[in-house]
Ligand binder design. Sequence first.
Ligand SMILES: [Zn+2]
Length: 397
Amino acid sequence: MQNESDDVIARRAFMKKAVALVGATSALATQSGAANAQAANAPATSGRKGTVYTGDVIQGKKVISALDVDDLERGKTHKLYFQGVQMPTGQDWYVSVIVVHGAKPGKRVALISGVHGDEMSPVHTIHSVISQLDPAQMSGTVLAVLDVSRPALEAMERRWPNTALGTGLIDINREWPGNENGASAPSRHAGLLFNRLLRPNTDYAIDFHTGTTGMDLTSFNLVRMELPEPRAMAELFPIKQIFDNPAYPTLLANAFINVGIPAITPEIGSARVFDFDMIPSFVEGTLNVLKRYNIVSGPMGRTGRDVGTFVGNSGHSVMSTHGGFVELLVKLNEKVKAGQKVAIQRNTFGEVVAEYTTEVAGEVTGRRTDATAEPRIPLVMILYQSAARENPEDYSE
Ligand SMILES: [Zn+2]
């Protein structure tokens, strides 16, 4: 199946040199035959490396192991599979890539979904945006990567099922920018995507998420508001809240920011479903971003200013202290006062075992969806403003 193009052969030769440089671990991988695209620490960051076609075609889509959008024909939409890390059986995890490549050159915006495998509204949001784009009329490029954590998506699971010592679950959003020679398959997958697909083709990035299974969220953007460009992007979304916080250093958005690419993390409601109440606002916001960078023309849609987005830089998780059945007393986006009761927990006899109050005043941003909770589960998350940015306990972006 695999045609060894000159490109691939040249790349292999280059990688052998790179492997020799990065030392014993990689050399061992080479000897065991696991090398080629996987083992070389040769990020496509210094100058143009070009698009590498593996020669495979899957369901009519050409497979690539590196992308340079400048190699693609302008004024068209291109659909490709990017070859990620290998599976335990030796086949590859492929990631779906859509490049809407404008007739004229311009800025390049990456739209990303599937970093977490149970987050569906981002997929529909990106599909909706792309359906409204006409590459013949565009100046610049939209790079969409739909299913970053493929095995997690196949399982409708937040985290990547990794088979190192029995199956364990790894959150790939704790791995960015990844490492092509990393200690786990998801770390290597992240490294391949970041070095060969995302970073070389992105001027601005939007990594869409939702709440995780078990926690419903309102519509908000997670963004570092002290950075002018991410702030400007986030404020273009007509949504309920902005959470002004870096959260974890390994988020994909932070990996982009660390290499000088402005990025934000929108959060679109609940996991596992398409939230058609929220998706249109995120589509509108994304199109606003594309207008800001003159990739598409036309008047701006509604922005955060039009809907009165609530901004907080801190999150407070109300955590369960007991096991039992939980009755939540507050709704998403409800304003709460410090000391306000937000949940009651009962045992199987109906006796109250715990009553929960919020320590802070703010707005409800997240709610547990399961009616039961064992001890130390986030029940309600409150967004608020404080002098010291406080991170919520057990925040699952
Ligand atoms: Zn997520």
